[in-house]
Design a protein around this ligand. Structure first.
Ligand code: CP
Length: 302
């Protein structure tokens, strides 16, 4: 594939190749000399139309570790505010001899749209409530690292599945790798089509946690939802928030993940987020190696 617009673009062999390449890059970035010259002749623009901490910095670091030249574009401080279109904006960036565009955008399908209208390789860094493929790849890579394999593992994705690009990309990625996937949350935050993706649905948090090997706790995305449809935050936390008491009452020790940013005390308490069962910061660490692998492999397609 020339672009990475979603996990839908990948097959299990592609994902395994990304993981094996990321293994190599993870070893590289743990050396005293962290850089390789692989993308020395490539220029990558990171264009973010929506806020980000992890994804933006992780892509930028991945690009620098690969010796690519990088441009960072934040829509809020750009001429987008003067009415310039997405296509014009990107074509102007490409006129400066940019090879690849990493884009985050609030609208689902923005990456697919752009890939049809501009001559650059596009990497989707999150498009609305649609996909966040590199997050799913780094999440699955982190499960593989912790448990040895993803196949046969039971993963529950808890919370605001309806508004979550992380959930959709994770489901598609984990299913491709042979994991069993469950979603858990209030009916109002579980999309109707979820059964068609081959995942189980559970509305009781404790049952879901007793079933799984790994729990991926999603952030409640207040920015994407109409609060009228929703149980109140207090009710949500009571029914679906993960705290130490629930964790300690389970039959076995499970692994806790969160894509970040965390709403501490809402979907997860601090003692759980910071516990030894949590691999939240391993996910962030692995994000750099996984993104290096994605950029390196995509550059090889040209
Ligand atoms: N996980 C994630 O996408 O975080 P950011 O929004 O900070 O990039």
């Amino acid at each position: 594939t020339r672009h990475l617009l979603g996990i839908k673009d990948l097959n299990p062999q592609d994902i395994q190749l990304i993981f094996e390449t990321a293994d190599t890059f993870k070893a590289v970035i743990n050396r005293p000399i962290k850089k390789v010259p692989s993308l020395r002749d490539i220029t990558i623009a990171n264009i973010f139309f929506e806020n980000s901490t992890r994804t933006r910095l992780s892509f930028e670091l991945a690009e620098r570790r690969l010796s690519a030249d990088t441009l960072n574009f934040a829509a809020s401080s750009s001429s987008v505010s003067k009415g310039e279109t997405l296509i014009d904006t990107v074509n102007n960036i490409l006129a400066m001899k940019v090879d690849m565009v990493v884009m985050r955008h609030p609208y689902a399908g923005a990456g697919v749209f752009l890939s049809k209208h501009v001559k650059a390789q596009i990497v989707n860094a999150g498009d609305g409530a649609h996909e966040h493929p590199t997050q799913a790849l780094l999440d699955a890579f982190s499960i593989r690292e912790k448990l040895g394999d993803v196949a046969g593992k039971k993963v529950v994705i808890v919370g605001d599945v309806l508004h979550s690009r992380v959930a959709l990309s994770n489901i598609l990625c984990l299913k491709q790798l042979g994991a069993e996937v469950m979603v858990c949350g209030p009916t109002t935050l579980i999309p109707k089509y979820i059964g068609s993706l081959g995942v189980k649905v559970e509305h009781d948090l404790k049952k879901a946690l007793n079933w799984c090997d790994v729990a991926n706790m999603l952030r409640i995305q207040l920015e994407r939802q109409d609060i009228k449809y929703f149980p109140s935050l207090r009710e949500y936390t009571m029914l679906f928030g993960l705290n130490k008491q629930i964790l300690d009452s389970l039959d076995k020790e499970i692994i806790i993940m969160h894509p970040g940013p965390i709403n501490r005390g809402v979907e997860i308490t601090s003692d759980v987020a910071d516990s030894k069962q949590s691999i939240i910061l391993d996910q962030v660490e692995n994000g750099v190696a996984v993104r290096m692998a994605v950029l390196y492999l995509l550059a090889g397609q040209n």
